[in-house]
Ligand binder design. Sequence first.
Ligand SMILES: Nc1ncnc2c1ncn2[C@@H]1O[C@H](COP(=O)(O)OP(=O)(O)O)[C@@H](O)[C@H]1O
Ligand SMILES: [Mg+2]
Length: 372
Amino acid sequence: MMSTDRKLRIAVLFGGRSGEHEVSLMSARSVLSVLDPAKYEVTQVGITHDGTWLSGEDVLGKFENNNTDGLLPVIVSPDPSEKGIYILEGEALKKLADIDVYFPVLHGTFGEDGTIQGLFELADVAYVGAGVVGSSVGMDKGVFKDVMIANNIPVVDTMVVLRAEIEKDVVALIEKAEKISDYPFFTKPANLGSSVGVTKCNSRSDLQEGLMEAASFDRRVLIQKGVKNAREIEVSVLGNDDPVASVPGEILPSREFYSYESKYIDGTSGYAIPAPLPDETTELIREYAVRAYKAIDCAGMARVDFFVESDTNKIYLNELNTIPGFTKISMYPKLWEASGLPYAKLVDRLIELAMERKADRDHTSHTYRSQA
Ligand SMILES: Nc1ncnc2c1ncn2[C@@H]1O[C@H](COP(=O)(O)OP(=O)(O)O)[C@@H](O)[C@H]1O
Ligand SMILES: [Mg+2]
């Protein structure tokens, strides 16, 4: 077990090669502000838009100002016998810090999709959040839908199409979609978040444009039936093998849908916590959230997002985010606060869960000797 006579060494990673780079900086600002210096020794690692890993003095402040002067390239060794973060000094690698827990505060591609989790697994280190499979399935809206269907969790009717098919015969795809449902449709890239590349399509020409837009972000694209008068309900889940769900909250978007602008730019969306729903609907949503979390083998945390049809209270699970927005005013921590777990305690708990999961992984045998 970890000795308690020294501070825990935490590496907080932010930025990243992702459309949600700036969102990550906002989340990291909040996380860093509550890591108690009496308990933790923090190393900041910023990852640039190009994927360069940098560390040094006030990394986050520099990233926020788009100025990385004075920061030095670092790497996390994938070799378990060489644990830690290394700084590149000239030609030589020098250990910068030993790390007990890595905290990827990274949203979207290369942060939330299992790729960086793969590096942590190779390096045999503790890290906050879901592992490789949970992260990658949570990220891929197409595969995720199929896993939900296999677990009898209701989702919106969806077609997954390839960019190549869009380029070859977009009219054929549009005709196929029109046979499945009436307008509106939503088009979205399979692997992205923060509403980037998501379009509400009220007509054929919208659908064509939406497909092009989504295909510019990913080689796989979803065409999804629009839920009419969809209320947007979100639930926070926390835990490893026995995850628990928070009270659900409702997003009250100010625009036609919960777009990137309403999420981060005009900041006009409101919340209702707890979401005003009938008790049965609330309980069903919390149950689906936990089932979805377990179905894709999540760990640490996830925010699970639903649509509820206003007239019927019919529930659809929309998506699961393994590294949800994490500023103090983000839905994930706000829902925990409303459920009795304040922000700083939540961050402590995530670090504990990371160490518990690592201890559990250490029981896994990686060799097999035949008894014969
Ligand atoms: N099928 C749908 N029906 C109604 N609204 C939708 C649908 N799909 C997406 N939206 C709207 O678009 C927003 C972003 O879509 P979402 O699937 O959550 O992608 P992201 O991962 O970018 O958040 C949703 O919050 C919602 O407002
Ligand atoms: Mg969403």
